[in-house]
Design a protein around this ligand. Sequence first.
Ligand code: PLP
Length: 368
Amino acid sequence: MDQKQTINFGAGPAKLPQTVLFQAQKEMLDYNGSGISVLEMSHRSSDFSKIINKTENLLRDLLNIPDNYKVMFLQGGGSGQFSAVPLNLIGLKGDRCADYVVTGTWSSKAAKEAEKYGKVNVVHPKLDSYTKIPDPSSWTLNPSASYVYYCCNETVHGVEYNFIPETNGPVLVSDMSSNFLSRPVDVSKFGLIFAGAQKNVGCAGVTVVIVREDLLGHALKECPIVLDYKVQAEMNSLYNTPPCFSIYIMGLVLDWIKNNGGTAAMETLNKQKSSMIYDIINASNGFYACPVETACRSRMNVPFRVGKKDGDEALEKAFLDGAAKRGMISLKGHRSVGGIRASLYNAVTLEDVDALAGYMKEFLKEHQ
Ligand code: PLP
């Protein structure tokens, strides 16, 4: 039976490259002649050692990760890192305080979690709406903060940094869950980067943590051992059973990124794809409206309203229904913001975006 043509614009778990799915399917019952599936494999076996080493090496290669950084593959998701970051780093300096930039749902959750372990200073006045990044020259950074934290791409609100903030001393920590490997990044500017895999680099279950070596060994005594970076780094993420299958899938995705030109090629493609949608929004005379300031509009998650600035709910429903009829799914905005959200991660192709752009033009013509 022919498979129905579906285009997945979901925010995560999200679309994976077709070739990755084919490869995983091919190897599902018998990985590399071992007679078993990766799902059944011991994490201490030589086959799995090869898988995890290959995945790490590909990541080091794709991001040019300096030798003085450790790479870990952990469980607990991005949310687990909201706790792990302060548990490991807030004690770097005696005052136990950290600076947070809060530009959306995810950095807000991270800041709230960090408050359990120390003092959190939000470096700017609270935002009325998550549609911009407050001008960094107005941030009140605390020189005695242990670290400065920000979320590089706010998945719910579609706010993305196109610059790396200056901390004037404290180490920089970034949640890159929803734009990881969508473009090159200078890892040496960061103390720590983390990213859940289920958007741009694989499936749910594994979170990548890249951390500078000198930041290991400062965990608070209440830090659970599975979240202790020093323990996990020293044991190559094998203190306990790692998410083996998710790490394997990530390896396949990294192979795919490498074979398709690496992070620079991903960036070119992602610029092109997101422009196709933003151009239609901008040229629609307000029929489509993106609330996010132009300078920080995300290339990964494009939120917009239909009909008028705050959205016409009936038209938005009609838009989603029409999209579903054309096989375009998961376009509904996050329940906290409403409207539409098109997630255009690496695996979403130009053809996929072209189909959405065509439909948006058609819908505009019919309803304007
Ligand atoms: N950070 C960002 C930017 C996210 O988009 C998400 C989830 O969508 C999270 C963190 C939380 O990730 P998880 O659901 O893996 O805990």
